[in-house]
Ligand binder design. Structure first.
Ligand code: ADP
Ligand code: ADP
Ligand code: ZN
Length: 214
């Protein structure tokens, strides 16, 4: 099964994708994570993307479509892919449908995660992740069980994204409404769209997504 988690920054796409990876053996394809890896590795793509990402604007369609195309050639996607943060423009959505057709893969569902803006800002400003395994946390909503220690891997090393500040986040929201929210109508017209209440507790959202996938 291949699905898209569609929603504004902070809606919980990464959190729910990681739960699906653990429970269903699917793979998470996060263009944001892939771009951050390129930035950390200092590749040509990373150098082009860094300032754009810090400001909360979109990296070019050409770059992200190329990254996703390469990733879909790897064998592990045959167990099911969760697209997290991709597609973000209509051009990316069209490119994805061509790529999937070309690779003989179906798109089984697009799950829209609905959330209101003020909740999103609070979520993103409080977000941090484990620097070793990437597990996601929140200073209020999802703290590690033992303070300062990652639940998943025991690491003591956490990081906070440079674009998770209120200014960049307000721009990311504008970009979402302008460039990405038209995808809701696009996938609705294709008969693929389902929606969940992203403001509910994490485990409630997980159950709602599971219901969309049956
Ligand atoms: P996205 O990938 O959509 O940008 P994340 O999954 O990283 O969003 O979630 C953003 C922040 O909100 C994280 O700190 C995460 O721990 C927290 N979070 C995720 N889902 C919920 C939820 N349902 N309720 C409260 N906080 C949540
Ligand atoms: P969030 O879910 O919090 O919005 P992501 O990790 O998905 O954040 O993305 C972080 C940044 O990476 C985006 O603000 C954008 O600059 C860039 N990015 C990620 N995915 C895409 C994409 N599909 N198209 C263009 N830019 C992207
Ligand atoms: Zn960890």
């Amino acid at each position: 099964m291949n699905i898209i988690l569609l929603g504004p920054p902070g809606a919980g796409k990464g959190t729910q994708a990681r739960i699906l990876v653990d429970h269903k053996g699917m793979v998470q394809l996060s263009t944001g994570d892939m771009l951050r890896e390129a930035v950390a590795a200092g590749t040509e793509i990373g150098k082009q993307a860094k300032a754009v990402m810090d400001a909360g604007d979109l990296v070019t369609d050409e770059i992200v479509i190329g990254i996703i195309s390469d990733r879909l050639d790897q064998p592990d996607v045959s167990g099911g892919a969760i697209f997290d943060g991709f597609p973000r423009t209509l051009a990316q959505a069209d490119a994805l449908s061509e790529l999937l057709a070309h690779k003989g893969m179906a798109l089984d569902a697009v799950v829209e995660m609905r959330c209101d803006d003020e909740a999103l800002i609070e979520r993103v400003v409080g977000r941090f992740t484990c620097a070793v395994c990437g597990e996601g946390y929140h200073s209020t909503f999802k703290t590690p069980q033992k303070e300062g220690v990652c639940d998943k891997c025991g690491s003591h090393d956490f990081k906070h994204r440079p674009d998770d500040n209120e200014d960049a986040m307000r721009n990311r929201l504008l970009v979402y409404y302008k460039e990405t929210s038209p995808l809701i109508g696009y996938y609705h017209a294709k008969g693929a769209l389902k929606a969940v209440d992203g403001t509910a507790d994490i485990d409630v959202v997980t159950a709602q997504i599971a219901a969309c996938l049956t």
